[in-house]
Design a protein around this ligand. Structure first.
Ligand SMILES: Cc1ncc(COP(=O)(O)O)c(C=O)c1O
Length: 390
């Protein structure tokens, strides 16, 4: 049998992964600034998470959400340390998209309204609900008609926000659009969005699947802004490599869903709970935020001082360890060249190289990554007669 190819084959056969590195079949070590679309933010095979999973495997590995298990209670308790007080209720799923689905249901159920507002360039997942509010038409178009009553409006444009109106159930936003090109929301935009949502009664969902759990140097990306959304959707990094997503909200909002109105066979699985609990422990005890902020700044500064003036670069942007190097050209060949130099990165939008390293990268890793990028850009420049995005 063959795996269906939704993604292009990057020609890398991973046989081992540890911390910020992965190894291929030939024993070559790669610096991982890809981290599986941002999942391995706490490093590959973080020993505390592995230990917790092994311990849990000795006890219970499956129990439905309708049964109580000790590890779930323990996880709920420790999650209070990373969510602001208002978020008293949460549900767990297996992927970011599934988290987005329940957020859609919740805003519609809670307001009795249907309309959803989302933004150009946004990415919220591939299930049909999440896809309906994904701004990138390339992903949506092959599967239309999707769910109705969705309006996609201009990101980072205050004047577009009057489309949030008295009919709007919810507005869903990423404070940094990851897939869309590492585009950081500006402060006035988020402030105006909050005011508009408050005045119209629309609920705010912040999709923290990529930005959450420390990636940007704060626990949640929205903490860079003066906003607390009604619903937070987290995923990727929060399971330390285990597939899990979390939707957090207030008790009032949570009470809008009644028994049977949502469910998930695997949601809240004991292994997932063990992984989340251990991830939060690592997060709190290993000063992940401070380290992310400090090494993220070092990486940004190094990129900027080495490459800020490079002819192929339009902009270097991002927060913490979610950085984008926006090129004047299609980034594919540069990303391939980086891989040849054993640095893994990924694309965002049409022209951006996205760097999503783990929090534990060292100064040597920064040197390695930036040196490789500089070499690749110089090789690319010397092979070109024109500079034009394709
Ligand atoms: C912001 C955001 N939301 C949702 C998703 C979907 O998550 P998943 O692929 O786990 O379903 C992603 C995935 O890249 C994402 O970046």
């Amino acid at each position: 049998m063959e795996y269906i190819r939704f993604y292009e084959d990057r020609g890398l056969y991973v046989v081992k992964a540890e911390g910020q590195y992965v190894w291929d079949l030939n024993g070559l070590r790669y610096l991982d600034f890809h981290t599986g679309h941002g999942v391995a933010f706490l490093g590959h095979r973080n020993p505390r998470i592995i230990e917790a999973l092994k311990r849990q495997m000795e006890e219970v590995i499956t129990a439905p959400p309708s049964f109580r298990v000790k590890i779930r209670d323990e996880m709920l308790q420790i999650l209070e340390k990373i969510f602001p007080n208002k978020y008293t209720h949460m549900a767990m799923f297996n992927s970011g998209s599934e988290g987005v689905e329940i957020a859609i249901k919740l805003v519609r159920k809670a307001t009795g309204r249907k309309k959803l507002v989302a933004f150009t360039n946004s990415f919220h997942g591939r299930t049909l609900g999440a896809l309906s509010i994904t701004g990138n038409a390339r992903y949506r178009r092959p599967f239309e008609p999707l769910i109705p009553h969705v309006e996609i409006i201009q990101y980072n444009d205050v004047s577009s926000l009057d489309k949030i109106d008295g009919e709007t159930a919810g507005v869903i936003v990423e404070v940094i659009q990851g897939e869309g090109g590492v585009i950081v929301a500006n402060k006035e935009f988020i402030k105006a969005l909050k005011e508009r949502a408050n005045s119209t009664g629309a609920l705010i969902v912040i999709d923290e699947v990529q930005t959450g759990f420390g990636r940007t140097g704060k626990i949640w990306g929205f903490q860079h802004y003066s906003i607390e959304p009604d619903i937070i959707v987290a995923g990727k990094a929060i399971g330390g490599g285990f597939p899990v997503s979390i939707v957090a909200t207030s008790s009032i909002l949570a009470s809008n869903l009644e028994y049977g109105e949502h469910g998930s066979t695997f949601g809240g699985n004991p292994l997932a709970c063990a992984a989340v609990k251990a991830s939060v422990e690592v997060f709190l005890e290993d000063n992940v935020l401070e380290k992310t902020e400090s090494i993220g700044k070092i990486l940004y500064d190094k990129l900027y001082s080495t490459l800020g003036e490079h002819r192929l670069i339009r902009e270097i942007r991002g927060l913490g360890l979610m950085l984008g190097v926006d090129l004047r050209i299609n980034p594919s060949s540069v990303i391939k060249c980086l891989q040849d130099k054993r640095v893994l990165a990924l694309r965002a939008g049409t022209t951006t190289i996205r760097l999503l390293p783990p929090y534990l990268i060292t100064l040597e890793d920064v040197e390695w990554g930036v040196r490789a990028l500089a070499q690749c850009l110089n090789e690319e420049l010397s092979s070109r007669t024109t500079i034009r995005p394709s």
